[in-house]
Write a protein that binds this ligand. Structure first.
Ligand code: GLY
Length: 318
């Protein structure tokens, strides 16, 4: 298996998809030779991989973050600031955030604001983080009842990852990540044709297919984001199906994972577009065919249409 590096038109997107976790570690070691590094690590990742990373992590450089929504908060941010201060981090230090979306958003917000911003590297370990949240510089925490309400746009210098991290991911989390991959298929017609021909709903994908899906998704996301970094227009396309999706997540009390809500949400958006007369029947059928290969009904059909509709009206879209 090869390493993939995605270059961007503006030269600033440094995304390495590496064939092994040892390769990811090797790349971090290269940075560590000349800089002080601090790690903010997802508690689940720390549990599984701390042995492999043990020569890098110590008590003075490794902050373990509980990766649940309630810890995506200012309280965690203050604890990270204290940890960085106590251990003499400064603006030239690298903060290396290792984990899924919650750790990525929280850790990168701390990195963007500590001493007005340190150097930042993302090591996404979930499919969703690999194809979505580690790309495009959105950082943030929840505030009161609002999700991702306070944050910043702050791009990492590098994203370094390996599909090997996915071998320890729960199937539900792989399905959630696939929700975002399918979203890119609906944004890019060539990618749609590929997905339509090759994806059958299985979550156990051959390594090469997985690499292609991650690399292509990351590329599409980066292409969209570079046209609208501050999310004022073009980037809104990345919210496809998300108004429905967020509402489903919200009425489930966030027991439905984000990307699973997005799969159901894109189905809702597809029906709606057809009903509004802006999507032809045959396009709708093809889109629903692809989305329907990923089974999510069991997870969402206990929620009433009325409650989803009500929640949609309060959606902020991020
Ligand atoms: N996840 C949507 C965005 O990054 O804009």
């Amino acid at each position: 298996m090869r390493n993939i590096t995605i270059e961007s038109n503006n030269g600033s997107f440094n995304y390495s998809l590496i064939s092994s976790i040892e390769g990811v570690i090797g790349k971090i070691e290269g940075i560590l030779n000349s800089h002080s590094c601090f790690y903010i690590v997802d508690s689940n990742v720390h549990k599984i991989y701390h042995n492999q990373f043990k020569h890098l992590f110590n008590q003075k450089n490794c902050f373990v973050l509980n990766a649940t929504e309630e810890y995506k908060s200012f309280d965690s941010i203050y604890r990270i600031y204290d940890f960085l201060l106590e251990n003499n981090a400064d603006r030239s230090s690298y903060i290396i955030v290792i984990g899924g979306g919650i750790t990525g958003d929280t850790g990168s917000f701390a990195a963007s604001s500590f001493m007005r911003g340190t150097r930042l590297i993302h090591v996404p370990t979930t499919l969703l983080a690999m194809v979505d949240s580690s790309i495009g510089g959105k950082t943030g925490v929840n505030y009161k009842k609002y999700k991702n309400f306070i944050g910043s746009f702050y791009e990492p210098e590098q994203v370094i990852t390996s599909s090997k991290f996915l071998s320890t991911l729960k199937q539900e989390d792989v399905l959630s990540g696939m929700g975002e991959v399918l979203k890119y298929a609906l944004i890019d017609s060539n990618f749609f044709d590929y997905c339509f021909s090759w994806l059958d709903g299985s979550l156990d994908l051959p390594e090469d297919d997985l690499l292609y899906l991650i690399g292509k998704s990351a590329q599409i996301k980066n292409d969209v984001v570079t046209q609208d970094k501050k999310d004022l227009k073009m980037r809104h396309s990345l919210n496809l199906g998300h108004t429905f999706g967020h509402a489903i997540e919200s009425v489930s009390g966030f027991s439905v994972k984000h990307g699973i809500g997005v799969i159901a949400g894109m189905r809702g958006a597809t029906y709606l577009a057809n009903k509004m007369g802006i999507m032809e029947d045959k396009v709708m059928e093809k889109v629903l065919d692809l989305l329907g290969r990923y089974k999510v009904d069991e997870k969402i059909n206990t929620y009433s249409t009325d409650s989803i509709y009500l929640a949609m009206q309060g959606d902020k879209r991020e």
